[in-house]
Design a binder for this molecule. Sequence first.
Ligand SMILES: Nc1ncnc2c1ncn2[C@@H]1O[C@H](COP(=O)(O)OP(=O)(O)OP(=O)(O)O)[C@@H](O)[C@H]1O
Ligand SMILES: [Zn+2]
Length: 721
Amino acid sequence: MNRIRLLVLNAALGPLDYSVPNGARVEPGSVVIAPLGPRTVTGIVWDEGRLPGSEVPASKLRPIREVVSVPPLAEPLRRLIEWTADYYCAALASVARMVLSSGGALGGPTTMTEYRLSGGTPERITPQRKAAIEALDGEQGTIRELAGIAGVSEGVLRGLVNQGVIEPVQVAIDRPYPPADPDFHQPALSGEQLNVAKTLVKAVEAKKFTPVLLDGVTGSGKTETYFEPVAEAIRLGRQVLVLLPEIALTENFLVRFEQRFGTPPVLWHSSLKSTERRRAWRAISEGSAQVIVGARSALFLPYAKLGLIVVDEAHEVSFKQDDGVRYNARDVSVMRARFEDIPVVLASATPALESLHMAQTGTYKLLELPSRFGGAQLPEIKLVNLTEEKPASGRWLSAPVIHALEERLSRGEQSLLFLNRRGYAPLTLCRNCGHRFQCPNCSAWLVEHRLSARLACHHCGLETAPPDTCPECGEGDCLVACGPGVERIADEVAELFPEARVAVATSDTLGNPERAAEFIAQAEAKAIDVIVGTQLVTKGFHFPELTLVGVVDADLGLEGGDLRAAERTYQQVAQVAGRAGRGAKPGEVLIQTRHPDAPVIAALANGDRDAFYAAETEARRDAGAPPFGRWAAIILSSEDEKEAREAAVRLGDTRPHLDDLYILGPAPAPLALLRGRYRYRFLVNARRSANLQDVLRQWIDAHTFAPGVRVGVDIDPYSFV
Ligand SMILES: Nc1ncnc2c1ncn2[C@@H]1O[C@H](COP(=O)(O)OP(=O)(O)OP(=O)(O)O)[C@@H](O)[C@H]1O
Ligand SMILES: [Zn+2]
């Protein structure tokens, strides 16, 4: 092959043709560096005929510069890249970037310099130096990474290097990972677990595309059960990918993995250091990394010999990526398994309706774990009708919940209060003039965080100190908090029970693996009596002494225009309820609600999962919603309101008129301003017969938009803001 076509990693460029110099060897999937004007680009050699582009005469072809010494991307992965770009209306280059997501892996030296404290003291100590030395105890990394950890400038650290307080160390980047032992500690499985495990092990051995829904109640031991096919894959020398929705859950998982296999798995997530990224990427692409545990981005890595994919807590919304390539890792996992011809297991106690439907119609194999492990019983669930049991003014906990907390405290058992709202209060206003504190960049209120003494926007990350006086009327000491967040509930518990040890568990307090590990250790050691948490604590955690779960406001998720609101409420409440009574002592769940008769709430109270799914299925069928029809969202945004509106109106003017596809909009998006951009939205509802993506592409591609306008297409959206 002398002429090659490259998929270059730059979404602004189309495919480009090059020649291969004598002596160089490339094949489809080879990663190469090619000249582009005065610079170079990274590209992937693509299969002939699968990437249309304009023919360049042979005389004009420039030779590629270099073939990168990494294994070529295998055919199944190339097909996955194409499928993902096509299905989600994304650029091929943007998808390919997720595969080559470790720039460092593609070249450079195999050793690098990291830095750490030497134990010496500086000649002159400044507050910054002192803080840096304290923060860097036990840390090692590049200067930039250490500066991030210590919260000081790189200059401060270089000063300390010059003084010998921080010393360089050479590290070998690509040292191998210790091998996992599939037989390190095999637990005795229950009969139910054993049946499921056997079926999964067989599927791994068969090495055929087998999508499985592992539907097991909370505490049934789904993890222990799917560890068996993981072990089998290790024995057969194949790789396993386990996707988890949340970094806070990884910690918990790592401990259990190590108990089972004698060594931790290989981790992949966005906060890995660049050296760890490179090491993992290369081990994955060479096949020496056996089990990879990661966030959704791990799905696109170039596994050399993948034998099994597990998506744990597969119903979780965080598998959906909402920027860049807007994909759902749960669905793409199934496609990857199909291209690789291997089994994929979606594990959940509250499967997505789409997954359940696939299982019921026989597209997925359904495996069930209907009872909790070790004879533990599912908790008893009761509703507290807030219209009758009114909390005291300015309070949020009703008498039955307070009473139940008191009982747990006196018995030395643990309780969990769930409210899916970070911070102290969702809205702050001025007592004097009524001014509401709003984000200047977003159509959203600023949320008060008392633990960090900040007003924060949960959409753009803006943070400011609460002002002493109202910026509107100038009155001092006038701010009032409206509504509860977890911090406020924690305060209420502390006032009611001053002796109780209360912990707030949210992404603010458990945002990194170390803090999550500390929280788990404290909860397990019974150093915490009451946990107040957001959706972060609804899943995965296993605290045997936790016997009470209180849902502070079950109605919260039902407000707003989210098409999946009922399902999400059901999943969240069922999951958090599932944290109660997982050990020997029975659990109790109290759900505070103003709408005890709403179908979701009633189904939760009756523990009638089937009734909920049946009702929701019918509602979706009527609405033509997934899985019976499909949704897509188109968001047009610009920093200029008028420009965004006009672009949306113009696009609306040429909307296609089809029998099996309805287009609503344009209308200002619910979040009409986000990160300084004004947003207009179309919602598209299509029957399954419609060729949704082609219609959208043709419609949108016929327009040229002003340079300031961004057009985002979201297929199967989860976010409706
Ligand atoms: N066969 C077994 N032998 C010993 N311990 C087990 C076994 N199966 C499950 N367990 C233990 O039971 C507890 C619950 O299991 P696990 O967390 O895997 O359940 P789960 O189904 O994932 O629950 P959830 O969906 O609520 O997170 C864990 O502490 C686990 O170690
Ligand atoms: Zn904002």
